[in-house]
Design a protein around this ligand. Structure first.
Ligand code: DGL
Length: 251
């Protein structure tokens, strides 16, 4: 049986890389909804429809557990997905909790898509956790399509990020939370553009630990042949560029 990982595009590869390293004997399915990316600038209902199409497809592929490695899709659809499918489904949400717990008096900045920022899920999370009002949030939607077009460095990206940050007093932040899996490719550029010794965190490791705990509890861990199959919006895809992506990510 397969561990299924889903994202609107290549953002979830950042999770796949960590998961494959931790569980090299498992079989994985990676599904990128390349026909409909980006999600972050679309409406909740539209995204929910796309996510259901994808998860319906994956449910026919011997899926034993599913990770929605996309904060935007999680915001829009996770509750309804859990009501409709039998296998365990993990979502991904901005790692605000560990950021607040370790904030050491500095402010926290969440970077995510417009959809994630506007959705109730993140707003409820922040209301529950951010008792001292130290969490700010901004959208950086264009990074998603930069990544989809395999633009990972260069002037255009630096200018875009610097402009988005220019409305903030970046010296006040101690932690940046990457609340979109696509943004992980830009971690080092973001670090370079913010003064001081900033901590940058994402939700991958927390989600992976949760996934492994569920798999142990439900007896879902097993050694198979350690393969990864890629699908682009329901079509089998060799994703030849996948190795480039895997190498781009620090192990
Ligand atoms: N990787 C998705 C996320 O984590 C990207 C959203 C998009 O497709 O705009 O939010």
């Amino acid at each position: 049986m397969n561990i299924a990982i889903f994202d609107s595009g290549i953002g979830g590869i950042t999770f796949l890389k960590e998961a494959y390293k931790a569980l090299p004997g498992e079989n994985f399915i990676y599904y990128a909804d390349t026909d409909n990316v980006p999600y972050g600038t679309k409406s909740r209902d539209e995204v929910k429809k796309f996510v259901f199409q994808a998860v319906d497809f994956m449910s026919g592929l011997d899926t034993k557990i599913l990770v929605i490695a996309c904060n935007s899709a999680t915001s829009a659809a996770i509750n309804d997905l859990r009501k409709n499918f039998r296998f365990p489904i993990l979502g991904m949400e901005p790692a605000v909790k560990p950021a607040v717990e370790n904030s050491k008096d500095k402010r926290i900045l969440v970077l995510a898509t417009t959809l994630t920022i506007n959705e109730e899920k993140l707003n409820n999370l922040i209301t529950n956790i951010d008792k001292n009002n130290i969490v700010d949030r901004i959208a950086m939607d264009r990074l998603v399509m930069f990544a989809e077009n395999f633009i990972f460095s260069g002037n255009e990206i630096e200018k875009y990020i610097a402009k988005a940050l220019s409305i903030l007093n970046t010296g006040r932040y101690g932690t940046i939370v990457l609340g979109c899996t696509h943004f992980i490719y830009y971690k080092e550029i973001i670090r370079k553009l913010i003064p001081g010794n900033i901590q940058i965190i994402d939700g991958n490791t927390g989600t992976l630990n949760n996934m492994i705990n569920i798999m142990k509890k439900d007896n879902l861990i097993n050694r198979q042949n350690g393969r990864i199959d890629f699908y682009s919006s329901g079509r089998m895809d060799k994703l030849k560029r996948i190795n480039k992506l895997m190498n781009l990510l620090q192990s």
